[in-house]
Ligand binder design. Structure first.
Ligand SMILES: Nc1ncnc2c1ncn2[C@@H]1O[C@H](COP(=O)(O)OP(=O)(O)O)[C@@H](O)[C@H]1O
Ligand SMILES: [Mg+2]
Length: 247
């Protein structure tokens, strides 16, 4: 079967620095795939390339077999790519509900809600459902600018899900969260329907091993290993790379 995401020989350069060097990655439908590796390995860059936010100098990105290498972030989002950033990206001046609403409107339009009022109603229902799922119903009317970091993270997840992604890219979602919030996040990701594939960048290996089916280890822009959590845990090069300095 055609994988949902195929990254083929992705190379990204920033000036003289090669951030990614011919990296391959495949994520089948519904898979939970982790991307780990030391700081500067190229994890965020690879998410950027998958989301269309960075252009590779070489290589191809395919979504469900279609070459999307030349498409920008908005077109990729329409094709089902959702993203959580390393720093939660939400609109501070909008309320939590408005943030999700804005993200849900295009989807309502594509679902055939042509009248603005019908579109707003459909998007409103989506927003209310998603705010409930991430536990923010009580804060729906509060501007996101007043949210603590963990709440911004919850909101960003709701915003990403409003686009009904087939592939959710998460960049260190547990960073900066309290122990309770990390527990919530793990539970939430475990409960995500398998209709959503996940590509998760995360330093917390306990989370990675608990949540993911497959793990890819990057280092200095290259793939060091790909395998099941058990294989990665046992891999000597991976243990060496980690012993040499990762959090
Ligand atoms: N916009 C950019 N301009 C220049 N260098 C960058 C840029 N983004 C990332 N880099 C460099 O590319 C390398 C990979 O970065 P990144 O993908 O952020 O790594 P990771 O997320 O694994 O920590 C690093 O050396 C980083 O400094
Ligand atoms: Mg990063």
């Amino acid at each position: 079967m055609t994988p949902l995401l195929t990254a083929e020989a992705i190379t990204v350069r920033y000036g003289s620095l090669t951030a990614l060097d011919a990296v391959d990655l495949q994520v089948p439908l519904g898979q939970r795939h982790a991307l780990i590796g030391p700081n500067g390995a190229g994890k965020t860059t690879l998410l950027d390339v998958v989301a269309g936010a960075a252009r590779p100098v070489d290589g191809r990105i395919r979504l469900a077999g279609r070459d999307v290498t030349r498409l920008g972030p908005a077109a990729r989002a329409r094709r089902g790519v959702g993203r959580i950033h390393q720093r939660p990206a939400v609109w501070d001046s909008l309320t939590a509900r408005e943030n999700v609403l804005v993200a849900a409107l295009p989807r309502a339009e594509r679902a055939g809600r042509w009248y603005p009022s019908a579109r707003r109603r459909a998007a409103g229902r989506t927003a209310d459902t998603l705010l409930d799922r991430v536990g923010l119903t009580d804060l729906a009317a509060v501007p996101a600018g007043q949210f603590a970091h963990g709440q911004r993270r919850q909101l960003e997840i709701a915003v990403a899900l409003a686009g009904q992604p087939r592939l959710l890219l998460l960049d260190e979602p547990a960073a900066g969260l309290s122990a309770v919030e990390v527990g919530w996040l793990a539970e939430f990701l475990r409960g995500l329907p398998r209709a959503v594939a996940v590509l998760l960048v995360e330093h917390r290996l306990d989370l990675v091993y608990a949540l993911c089916d497959t793990v890819t280890v990057l280092r200095d822009g290259r793939t060091l290993a790909t395998g099941s959590p058990a294989e990665i845990r046992a891999s000597v090069p991976v243990r060496q790379a980690y012993a040499e300095g990762v959090t």
